[in-house]
Design a protein around this ligand. Sequence first.
Ligand SMILES: Nc1ncnc2c1ncn2[C@@H]1O[C@H](COP(=O)(O)OP(=O)(O)OP(=O)(O)O)[C@@H](O)[C@H]1O
Length: 657
Amino acid sequence: MADPQQACLKAKTKAKKRYLKAKKERRKQRKNTARDGTLPEGETSDNPEDVPPEKTPTVINLTQQAEQSGFGTEGTIKKTKKRKLHRSIPGDFLEDQQSKPVEEVKSSLVDEPKSHRALPQFPLPTRPDAPSKIELALQGLNRAQIEAELVDPNSTLPIHLDADHNQSFLGLKTRKRLIELGVNELFAVQTAIIPFLLRPVHKYTSLYDPYHPPRDMCVEAPTGSGKTLAYALPIIELLSTRVVTRLRALIVLPTRDLVTQVREVLEMTGRGRGLKIGTVTGQHSFPHEQAQLVTDEEWRTGRTSKVDILVCTPGRLIDHIDGTPLFTLRDLRFLVIDEADKLLDKSFQDWLTKVLAVIQRPYHLYLPPTTPRRGFHLLENPSADSGVTASPISHESYSEFRTDYDEPKHSPCQKLLFSATLTSDPGKIASLGLRDPKYFIVRETATGATDSHHPVSKNFSMPANLTERMIVCDPSRKPLILFYLVHVRQVDNALVFTKSAESTARLVKLLELLEENSLMTGPEKFTIRSYSSDLPPSERKSILEQFREKKIDVLVCSDLISRGLDISHVAHVVSYDVPIDIRKYVHRVGRTARAGRHGEAWTLVEEQEARYFKTMMKDAGHFHHVKKLRISDKELFPFTAAYDISLLRLKEFYWSQ
Ligand SMILES: Nc1ncnc2c1ncn2[C@@H]1O[C@H](COP(=O)(O)OP(=O)(O)OP(=O)(O)O)[C@@H](O)[C@H]1O
C-alpha cells in the first residue's frame, strides 16, 4: 500500500512542474509581445510587470512599482532605498526582488533611455592635493604683503656729487655729508627705500601734501644691512625744508642703547642742517627731559616743541604724552618703529594704542568748520611749512566761506616699520592701521626659488658673510669649551649670549677664575666682562664704551643687546645658551658680519637640546648653513685641571657670599 505522505509529495511535485511549465510559456509569450508591442491573450495591463518598457521611467518609479505590486513589504522597500544609494542601476534593484523572475523585469527595461544609465558614471570623490606652503602662508595676509617688493641684497647705488647722477633723490648737501662719512654707495635697502620716500609725487617734494597722503611702509632686511640710514637720510632730507621747529619725526626703539645709537647716526648725517634732535629714555629726570622737549614761550603760536626729531623708548614716550602738557604729536610727518616686531609684542602694545589715537585723528588745515574763524589757529595748522600759504580767507568776515581746506584731512603722518624679522602676523600689523602699505623685503632671489623664498614665507635672510657653527656638548663642559674657543680658536672681539642676567654673572666669574688658574693662557690674558640688566645704566654705558674701544675682548651678555647694537669690530657671536626662537637667533648672530664684513657665529647646543635646535633651524630653512663642529676631550685636556680647580673656587665664592 502506497504511503499517503509519499503520494501527496508526488502530487505536489507534479503540480510544481505544471506551474513552472506554464510560467515558462507565459514568459515566452511576453517576450514575443515585448518584441511586437502587444499583450498576450487573456492578460491585462493591470499587472505592473507587464507595463511596456517605455513606461518604466526611473529608479524612483521602480520603487513605487514595487510598492504598488504588493511584493514590496515595508522592509523590502527600506532595503531597496538603502541599496539604491550604492547602486542605482535599475536592473540591480530588480535582481534584489527575489520573488520576481529576473529576466522578466530586465526585459521591461531593455529600452530604458540611455541618459539614465549615465547616472552611475559620476566620478568618485578624490582627495584634493595638500595646499602648498605659499598658499598656507598667504592665508589671512593682506594684499600688500603678497605684493611685497623683493630687493636684491647685492644691489648698490654709487653716490655721485654731480647733479645729473642723483638717482637717490638725496640733495647735494646730504650726498656731500655721506661722502665725508665714508659712505660712497647706498646699500640695497637704501636704494629701495630712499627713493620711495623722497620721490616727489608732483614736481616738487613737499613736507606735507594733504591731498596725496603718503603710503606707509614695512621693511624687512637682514641685520647690519643699513636700515638706520635708510630712514634717517629721507627724514633729514625732508625736514631740512622746514621753517619752524615742530616735532615732525618720532623714532621709537625698544632699548636706551639703541636710542643713543640712532641719535648718533642722525647727528652725524644731519650735521649742518639745523635740525634739533632730542631723546627721551628715562635716563634723566622727567623735568629735565621736559625742559629738553618743550618750551612755553611761544605757546600762542603753537611753537612749543624744541625738537624736530625725537628718538625714544615707548614707555617714556607715553609718560610725556600723559605728563607733559605742551608735548604734542599733532605735527608728526614720520613715525618710525624700528625693531617693529619687538615693539608690536604684547609687552609693548599699550604705547602703540595711545600713540595711534593721537596721530590718526583726522585734522583740519585751518579751523574746524563749526568754529568761528578768528585769524589763524596755528595749533591746528600742520601745513605751515607746506606750499599752502596764509591767506586773508581766515579773516572773520569770511566766517561762512567754506573751501576744501575745511574738509577733514587724513593725518600726514607716514608710518615706517623696520626689522630683520618683521612679523608676518597679519593681526599685529593690522593693529597699526597702515595706509596703503608698501612692503620691501631684502632677500636673495635664488634661481629655482622654492616656497621658502616667497616674500611671505617665515624664513629670514642672514648676512651674506656670516659663518655659522654648532657644537653639541655636555652641559657641564660648556664653560670649558667657551674657554677653549677663546684661547685656541681666537674667538675674541666676541659677544657671548646667555639665557639670563644671573647666568651671565656666574659665567663671567668662572671664566675669570679659569684665566687665573690656567697655565696655558700665559701672558695673554683676555678681558672678560658682563653686561646685563642687573647693572646700573651708567655702568652699562661705560662697559659698552670700553667694548667699542676694544678694551674688553669678550662681553658676556643677556639678550638685552641682541637687537640693533652696531659695533663694527664684533667678529664672533657665541650663543652660550641656545636661543629660544629663530628671531632671537637671527638678531644675536646679526651682531657680527655687519655692513658686508665677515663674522662667525657659534652655538653651544646641549645634547638634550640638539633635536630642538635642529628642528628650529630646519623649520627656518637654514639648517644646511650651520656647520657641525666636534671638540674632542684631547683638545680640551690642557684646560681640564684648571677648570676643575676653578669650579671649586666658584663654589667657595658663592658660599662666602
Ligand atoms: N651705505 C653704507 N655704506 C657703508 N656703511 C654703511 C652704509 N649703510 C650703513 N652702513 C653701516 O652699516 C652698519 C649697520 O647699519 P645699521 O645699524 O643701520 O644696520 P641695521 O640694518 O639697522 O641692523 P639691525 O637689524 O641689526 O639693527 C652701520 O655701521 C652703518 O654705519
